[in-house]
Write a protein that binds this ligand. Structure first.
Ligand code: M6R
Length: 393
């Protein structure tokens, strides 16, 4: 094969290894690609972690290409992304601030480029995109480049535009994602941003080596936890079918559960064409609680009990909305009995650390939206008005 430019001159090509085969782009017996991609998540999460942990127990991010010395000079992180990738960015903020002790802003890429963001050579801009071709995200990166920020891509598509325009990249290795609704790409973006946060902590010395290694070990156990969630999804499917005629569903979360709530609402909007909103539970009393009426389904993501302050606050939020007639669908870790009296439906998650909970808490929301949309007769792989990759502004 010869690759040329439009004048027929041989073009310079970079070779890279495509680590998936044609079966990865087939439905493999599933009715929809989305169902297959949801099922592939344990494997995808494991693949994102593959080859990143050295025999010394330290993280090695081969394609980071930003020198440790420069990472030590970073004084601010700005994350730009759209849609689901932006929700991954919102979760990254918690991890980066907690582990690496760096201030972190998260911005919708299309908003970022039209404001006067203060960037400098010591700002690390992380652009998250499954496709690597989202025009809004590319334009945000170009805007940041003009201001000499360091640019790091989190991307699933090898050789796409975004990683080529950034200084470094962390590929998510999720394999091809064909359904328009992002599922395995999201979970693997989460793993990638956790790795970046831990890498920053390692390089900058904000966490000891053994602390970083302990977190990596917990991350390595996540594929089995995601698998466990997938095995228990039948009641979620039943619930979704029973709600197919509802007009609206609300989602509530706190801390990293808030972006999970936004993601649950986005999945329902794009697949079931239903009105769905995600809120930070603490915001309820500042307005959204007025929406609660008799029988309104409200999905609540409950943080692990170990985060007692957060946990207790959300339990009282559940009580508040139930007292006003909401039908509460509570997603909580196994063994959490405190939520039982207030849950009309209870969905159990395996126990995991708070920061990693989005990896398991998002899965029931994907299954819920997919099943509800299917019950309504929608094509979940190709929802109306949407494209997989938004290559226009
Ligand atoms: O390819 P990208 O990750 O840049 O795409 C960003 C969004 O368009 C995308 O995540 C979109 O929100 C999904 N379809 C949601 O499921």
């Amino acid at each position: 094969m010869t690759v040329t430019d439009f004048e027929g001159r041989p073009a310079e090509v970079n070779e890279y290894h495509v680590d998936w085969d044609v079966s990865a782009a087939e439905k493999g017996g599933y009715d929809y690609f989305m169902l297959k991609e949801i099922a592939e998540q344990p494997r995808a999460v494991a693949d994102t972690l593959l080859g990143r942990i050295g025999t010394d127990g330290r993280l090695h991010l081969d394609e980071m290409r930003i020198a440790d010395r420069e990472l030590r000079e970073v004084d601010k992180v700005v994350i730009v992304a759209c849609g689901t990738a932006n929700h991954a960015g919102m979760i990254a903020k918690y991890a980066i601030e907690h582990w690496a002790g760096l201030p972190c802003e998260v911005e919708l890429a299309h908003e970022f480029r039209y404001r006067d963001a203060i960037l400098s050579p010591t700002t690390l801009v992380i652009a998250i995109s499954q496709s690597g071709e989202t025009m809004d995200t590319l334009m945000a990166v170009r805007h940041a480049r003009e201001q000499k920020a360091k640019l790091l891509a989190v991307c699933n598509v090898n050789g796409s535009t975004l990683p080529r325009e950034c200084d470094g990249v962390l590929y998510t290795h999720a394999g091809p994602e064909i359904a328009v609704a992002s599922t395995k790409a999201f979970l693997t973006q989460l793993v990638a941003v956790y790795l970046i946060a831990l890498y920053l902590a390692q390089v900058r010395g904000t966490k000891w080596g053994d602390e970083v290694f302990a977190m990596i070990q917990l991350l390595e156990r996540m594929p089995e936890k995601v698998d466990k969630v997938l095995e228990t999804m039948e009641p979620v499917r039943e619930l979704a079918r029973s709600l197919a005629n509802e007009r609206c569903v609300l989602f509530l979360g706190r801390h990293v559960g808030f972006p999970v709530a936004l993601e649950g609402a986005l999945k329902l909007k794009e697949l079931a064409y239903m009105h769905a909103e995600g809120f930070a539970a603490g915001e309820l009393k500042h307005g959204p609680i007025a929406l609660i009426e008799e029988g309104l389904p409200v999905v609540v993501i409950v943080p692990p009990r170990a985060r007692d302050v957060l946990h207790d606050k959300i339990v009282s939020n559940i009580q508040e909305i139930r007292a006003r007639g909401a039908r509460t669908i509570v997603i909580a870790e196994e063994g959490d009995e405190s939520v039982e009296p207030y849950a009309d439906t209870l969905i159990r998650l395996p126990a995991v650390p708070t920061l990693l909970q989005p990896l398991v808490a998002t899965v029931p929301l994907q299954v819920f939206a997919c099943e509800l949309a299917t019950a309504k007769g929608h094509d979940v792989d190709q929802p109306r008005n949407l494209a997989k990759s938004v290559t226009v502004e």
